[in-house]
Write a protein that binds this ligand. Structure first.
Ligand SMILES: Nc1ncnc2c1ncn2[C@@H]1O[C@H](COP(=O)(O)OP(=O)(O)OP(=O)(O)O)[C@@H](O)[C@H]1O
Length: 228
């Protein structure tokens, strides 16, 4: 589903963000990308989205080498990947339902499909009763649910969450992780970049650990740190 082959990313003359990364993520996997600040997690996410090019090596998403995708086809590539961020990135002047609907509108989906799909997806994330609330009327956890609904409404095969629980308290974070787990169980490949040790340890999923731009650990049912 996603493959990094000998990928390095160097910023400027000598900031090595990633060094010779080899990684394969299969369809349907749930993978945590962990590591200290500056270890290269966000750079990997940005490379997958083709927001930047690797300095050397190749990245494949669903069998397509990203360097072969012309600029005009990047939006189509990104439609394969739902994105969730730490700061939610909701539009403040739109309700929960309108935020989700907007994501469908910009990809040109029909009004009828939008009318059916939006309530369904808000139900899936447990927000049926808050559809008409604006982001500032919702808690952090609820806003993150809206942003997950928005990322998932067109059912992309891949969902990437960059520090999705970074602004949430532990109880709320558990709910968000359970939701990502549910989305994974219905067949979506889920990648979560995080510092959230507790969450990683509870979930017992594949853990890929980065340090200074290198993969230092890759465990099938891992914990945030090596067990002693
Ligand atoms: N656009 C950029 N220009 C220059 N250096 C960059 C750029 N983006 C990232 N870096 C550097 O690359 C390295 C990896 O950064 P990256 O953001 O991928 O780390 P991270 O693991 O996501 O960190 P955090 O957990 O703090 O988000 C860091 O040394 C960072 O300073």
């Amino acid at each position: 589903m996603i493959r990094f082959s000998n990928v390095s990313k160097i910023f400027g003359r000598d900031t090595v963000a990633l060094e010779n990364i080899n990684l394969e993520i299969e369809a349907g996997e749930f993978v945590f990308l962990v590591g200290p600040s500056g270890s290269g997690k966000s750079t990997m996410v940005r490379l997958i989205l083709k927001e930047m090019e690797p300095t050397t090596g190749a990245i494949y998403v669903r069998g397509v080498r990203l360097s072969s995708i012309p600029r005009r086809k990047i939006p189509r590539h990104r439609r394969n990947i739902g994105c969730v961020f730490q700061d939610f990135k909701l539009l403040p002047n739109k309700t929960a339902a309108e935020n989700v609907a907007y994501a469908m509108e910009v990809t040109g989906q029909r009004r009828r499909a939008i009318r059916t799909k939006v309530p369904q997806i808000l139900d899936l994330v447990g927000l049926s009763d808050k559809m008409d609330k604006y982001p500032d009327q919702l808690s952090g956890g609820e806003q993150q649910r809206v942003s997950i609904a928005r990322a998932f409404v067109s059912q992309p095969p891949i969902l990437i969450a960059d520090e999705p629980t970074g602004n949430l308290d532990p109880d709320t974070s558990v709910g968000i992780m359970q939701l990502l787990h549910r989305i994974n169980r219905i067949g979506t490949t889920v990648i979560v970049a995080t510092h959230d040790k507790e969450m990683v340890d509870v979930m017992r999923k594949r853990v890929v650990a980065l340090e200074d731009g290198r993969i230092v650990r890759d465990r099938v049912k891992g914990a945030y740190a090596d067990e002693v």
